[in-house]
Design a protein around this ligand. Structure first.
Ligand code: HEM
Length: 550
């Protein structure tokens, strides 16, 4: 029969071998064609005036080398992967800006990514062209984990607006940014102080207690409950969360954006990520279920209660509403994760910088004099402890109303935020239509990374950007300077929704701890690596501290 359709097998050839050869040849041809098309497509893109960048490879873009096992990798343009993992992608991208300019691009698979490394391009994109630059990427890794629901990764549009407006006003109802939340924060930090005092003069890691305390604030707003520092289940959830944020930008997980089925691989970061997702989902779903069972419509206690009631109201009023249980789950997840890890890391960085800069904690005229050349006027500046003593004293609890009289303390927190930049690449944005940014064409669907870290280390904006110098946020009279280039919470329509809460927490928690203790690194210990552990957030490397009571 084969003689009818195809060429006859040659003498000595197995019957049926030819069709296999034809099939293999066809497959090869198709692959070749796909590579060629990919190549033409990438070259065409570059020719269209997109920002400059390294040469992509067909199909895989600039991340193809990650498909090769680490020990076999040659040095492609992004290094072996270990280079980016070691310094953090934000530093690596800032270094690339020196080669390609402040706006440059690369490809993940066929997806164009544009990195904005300076304040002007970030402001032009996120503020002046906010309608175009405020969407979030439709990328497999993000879509699989978030279903593109919630607030953080939801698409820019009417549903995101409704959900964000409702969430923000509900959190405000429960005290976000208001004096009514103060007692809760102060109370929580009483527990922290007790826990710290138990260590006496011995060194300890501040990570678990600070993480638990910060999380308890968002938990009491959202779930109406706090978790004891000895609660092992909660501790596990917090550990999972910070691990999840650390690995989610792991270079291997980027591969999911090229081949989505990698998500289901039964090993390495893929398996770990799925396990983390399962555990956090289970924890949050249980809490929502408990709320549904005990809901008292006349007396809503927290965010979940308010959302459930709003959901019911919307259901009664109209048939199509974006308020549903699924959305509630993702919003709660967003608030819990965004509200815990960011503020925890900021506070940990504060403790680390305080331990490394005793002259900021206490007045030591010799140290101040020595530092004067680095940070002019240093010697004459009030120090954090002095300010606390003068404005608050030793017995009274701090209040937000003290803030206006404590510019040095505020400048110190801001300087720690500037240097640590806990959300170094913000959260990826996406263009919703084709546009032009500073002369470059940015096509619709481009992923945009605002490199906040590089803005806050830009020598054109900050004198000696790598030095710790709270004074840069003060004017000649010692009053706080509002600097428009200081944007740790991002800018534009997607600016952090928890900015007021975070500022409030940072001030009250930092002052509360500094009022009670002097922090130091254990004697003889090595200075911790200050680059941070890169993930979606930038956490300090593990360190121990000692506290002495004041
Ligand atoms: C020091 C602490 C914090 C820092 C530095 C920080 C920083 C940021 C940054 C840089 C973004 C991304 C902005 C962008 O996409 O351009 C963001 C988004 C967000 N943050 Fe925060 N954040 C902090 C605390 C919080 C807290 C306590 C909450 C909880 C209420 C929160 C909730 C959110 C939400 C919901 C978004 C997504 C907003 C949206 O996409 O519309 N953040 N944050």
């Amino acid at each position: 029969m084969s003689s009818l359709g195809g060429p006859r097998p040659a003498a000595g050839e197995q019957p049926g071998a030819r069709p296999h050869l034809w099939a293999a040849g066809g497959a090869l041809l198709l692959c070749g064609l796909a590579v060629l098309l990919g190549w033409v497509w990438l070259r065409w893109h570059r020719a269209c005036g997109i920002p400059p960048g390294p040469k992509p490879r067909p199909l895989v873009g600039n991340f193809g080398h990650l498909l090769v096992p680490r020990f076999l990798r040659l040095q492609f343009w992004l290094g072996s992967g270990s280079q980016t993992d070691a310094v953090g992608q934000h530093v690596f991208l800032a270094r690339m800006a020196r080669v390609y300019g402040n706006i440059f691009s690369f490809f993940i698979g066929h997806r164009l990514v544009v990195v904005l490394n300076d304040f002007h391009s970030v402001r032009e994109a996120l503020v002046q062209q906010a309608e175009v630059f405020s969407d979030r990427p439709r990328m497999p890794l993000i879509s699989m984990m978030t279903k593109e629901k919630g607030i953080v990764f939801a698409h820019y549009g009417p549903i995101w607006k409704q959900q964000r407006r409702f969430s923000h006003s509900t959190l405000r109802h429960f005290g976000l940014g208001k004096l009514s939340l103060e007692p809760k924060i102060i109370e929580e930090f009483r527990y922290v102080k007790e826990a710290m005092q138990k260590h006496g003069e011995a060194p300890f890691s501040p990570f678990p207690v600070i993480g638990n305390a910060v999380s308890n604030i968002i938990c009491s707003l959202c779930f109406g409950q706090r978790f004891d520092y000895t609660n092992q289940e909660f501790k596990r959830v917090l550990d999972f969360m910070s691990r999840g944020l650390e690995i989610c930008l792991h270079s291997q997980l980027f591969l999911i954006n090229i081949c989505p089925w990698f998500y289901y691989l039964p090993f390495g970061p893929f398996k770990e990520l799925r396990q983390i997702e399962r555990d956090i989902t289970c924890f949050l779903k249980n809490i929502i279920k408990e709320h549904q069972e005990s809901l008292d419509a006349s007396n809503p206690q927290d965010f979940i209660d308010m959302y459930l009631l709003h959901m019911e109201g919307e259901k009664k009023a109209s048939k199509c509403s974006s308020f549903d249980e699924d959305y509630l789950f993702y919003i709660i997840g967003d608030l819990f994760i965004a509200g815990t890890d960011t503020t925890t890391n900021s506070l940990l960085w504060c403790l680390l910088y305080m331990s490394l800069n005793p002259d900021v904690q206490i007045t030591t005229s010799v140290i101040c004099w020595l530092r004067a050349p680095v940070c002019p006027g240093w010697r004459t500046r009030a120090k954090v402890h002095e300010e606390i003593e003068r404005v608050i004293g030793c017995d009274r609890a701090p209040s937000l109303t003290d803030k206006a009289q404590m510019p040095f303390t505020e400048a110190t927190i801001m300087e720690v935020q500037r240097l640590s930049m806990v959300v170094p690449l913000a959260i990826p944005h996406m263009t919703s239509e084709k546009t032009v940014l500073q002369g470059y064409t940015i096509p619709k669907g481009t992923v945009v990374l605002p490199n906040l870290w590089s803005i806050h280390r830009d020598p054109a904006i900050w004198e000696k950007p790598d030095d710790f110098c709270p004074h840069r946020f003060l004017d000649d009279q010692g009053q706080l300077l509002k600097r428009e280039t200081f944007i740790p919470f991002g800018i534009g329509k997607r600016v952090c929704m928890g900015e007021q809460l975070a500022k409030m927490e940072l001030f009250l928690m930092f002052v509360s701890l500094m009022q009670s203790f002097t922090f130091a690194l254990p004697e003889g210990s090595e200075k911790p690596i200050m680059t941070g552990r890169f993930g979606l957030t930038l956490a300090p490397h593990p360190f121990n501290i000692t506290v002495s009571k004041r």
